[in-house]
Design a protein. Sequence first.
Length: 107
Amino acid sequence: MANDKIRNDEILSDEELDNVAGGSWMQTSLDIIEAGKSGLVNVNPDDVESVANFYQNNRSELTDMFAKFGIEFTHRGKWYEENDYSFNGQKISRDEAWSIINKQLGK
């Protein structure tokens, strides 16, 4: 019978869990929605069609938006591969990128 206890080395951190699901397409869509909610890009975050159109036609604006906050953003363009975010030359998570943005916005 298998051991029902979870070993400590099997427990994922929040950052590791963020990387389990999502990938480039999902992360970028969530970034568009978050940027729309904050008024940083011209998109209705509650309208799926608006987000999809922005994803298809204006994704470079998202790169520019991150750059305004000193964050380098690289969209990988694949379903499951994670986007890259870096700040001051160091790789950071998506959550860390948004934390930096929100701090600069005074949130």
